[in-house]
Design a protein around this ligand. Structure first.
Ligand code: NDP
Length: 400
């Protein structure tokens, strides 16, 4: 029986809270803490009495002292960080000060530079190890399940994995001409950045959206997908032996891309502060304020997501191709937890990762990306907690 402090009360946190409540055998008590306490209270009101005991709190996760005070008051076994990537380091500092396990779903990114890398969080490895506490980095879907899939492929089907293609398809339709499925600021920073992939020991950089492929996704159909930089490439390049190439592709519809181009062209996606009516504003943050809240897309989104990885490598001297993926239905997710599939596919793995830390399976002092830990219990839990996976040993490959 464990206590979890969940920081953030947005789309992803809402799913994790629902799943912790469903899993009250493990999570006896949770505290939902965020910048806007009303959102925490709304979740509590919806779920109170259905499983674990729920409390709420207001916290500014940029403030280490406030975080420490909250952790000391609630005394959780683990902090599940579902705020924004900007808060990763302050929350890790508070976990260190209070000797509390830590888990997140996105790597640290300084607010003023759209550059996400693991280097800042990997610098905490020794400190966490010495403190005897575990930090799990990137336990969402991608990163997260994609790393667990990779560890599972490595453990069970390959002597060496040479190529990984991570394919993230969202075929959901929310009916808006333009909206993002998770935090708009983080999403737009990600897709308007240069693309990159890992090949032969180094990064190859591309222009944003330069490489386009079409892939026929199981249970979804053919979709345009574009090569993006994505954070798990960095850790998988380090942790998968014999790896030669890792690419990440995400699907985008034409309407999304046309709107994004236009917003970029007029300067609305910029993170450079500008003066507006005597006040400094960041155009991208203003844009976020006028776009639909991702949490509001749930009731309107129809269709499926398909996220998975295709591996090519060798086993016993013979070539092996292996595709493992999950298909998630937006409407089914909404029916179950009141959120669309993008939040669902992130919030469920966050609960599973936290469960494995608190039940001891993943309790390994230090700072770890998910593929560094044994994948079997996680894979089993995915089937149990709503993200079943499908294996294909003869997949269509992404063309070169
Ligand atoms: P939302 O914007 O919906 O939610 C973020 C929450 O964090 C909000 O409740 C927000 O509060 C809160 N927050 C922001 N700043 C602070 C702060 N300083 N102090 C306390 N709380 C704060 O985002 P999502 O739920 O869509 O995403 C959550 C995380 O999940 C992000 O880091 C995102 O990158 C990651 N993610 C990971 C994926 C994966 O597969 N690995 C996929 C999708 C998302 P307020 O309500 O006041 O704004």
């Amino acid at each position: 029986m464990a206590k979890a402090l969940i920081i953030g009360a947005g789309g992803v946190a809402s799913v994790t809270v629902h799943k912790c409540v469903q899993n009250s055998e493990v999570f006896e008590e949770i505290c939902i803490a965020s910048r806007t306490k009303a959102k925490c209270d709304a979740l509590k009101e919806k779920l109170d009495g259905q499983g674990c005991k729920i409390s709420t709190a207001q916290v500014d996760a940029n403030n280490v002292d406030e975080l420490i005070a909250l952790i000391e008051a609630f005394n959780p076994d683990i902090v599940i960080n579902l705020a924004l990537p900007y808060q990763d380091l302050t929350i890790m500092d508070a976990c260190l000060a209070t000797k509390t396990h830590y888990l997140d779903t996105a790597n640290y990114e300084p607010e003023d530079t759209a550059k996400f890398e693991y280097k800042w969080q990997w610098e905490y490895r020794e400190k966490f190890e010495k403190a005897g506490i575990t930090a799990i980095l990137g336990s969402g879907f991608d990163p997260g399940v994609t790393g667990v899939f990779s560890a599972y492929a490595q453990k069970h089907y390959f002597d060496e994995i040479h190529q990984i293609d991570i394919l993230d398809c969202n075929a959901g339709d929310h009916g808006y001409p333009f909206a993002t499925n998770f935090n708009p600021e983080i999403n737009i920073r990600e897709v308007s950045a240069k693309g990159s992939y890992w090949e032969d020991g180094h990064w190859v950089e591309t222009e944003p959206m330069e490489i386009k492929k079409v892939y026929d996704f199981p249970q979804v159909g053919p979709r345009d997908m574009y090569l993006l930089h994505h954070e798990e490439i960095e850790s998988l390049a380090l942790n998968i032996k014999g790896i030669q190439r890792i690419r990440f592709f995400m699907t985008f519809g034409q309407s999304y891309l046309t709107h994004l181009k236009c917003l970029e062209n007029v300067g609305m996606t910029s993170i450079e502060p500008i003066m507006f009516e005597g006040k400094e504003i960041i155009p991208l943050q203003f844009l976020k304020a006028v776009l639909p809240d991702p949490a509001s897309l749930g009731p309107r989104t129809k269709g499926k997501t398909n996220i998975g990885c295709i591996y090519q490598g060798v086993k016993d001297g013979k070539p092996v191709n292996y595709y493992v993926y999950n298909v998630c239905d937006h409407e089914a997710c909404y029916k179950e937890v009141g959120s669309q599939a993008v939040s669902y596919t992130t919030g469920v793995p966050a609960m599973i990762g936290a469960m494995l830390v608190v039940n001891g399976t993943w309790n390994k002092p230090g700072v770890h990306n998910v593929e560094e830990l044994d994948p079997d219990a996680f894979m089993e839990a995915l089937n149990q907690w709503g993200l079943p996976w499908v294996e294909d040993f003869n997949p269509t490959l992404v063309e070169d």
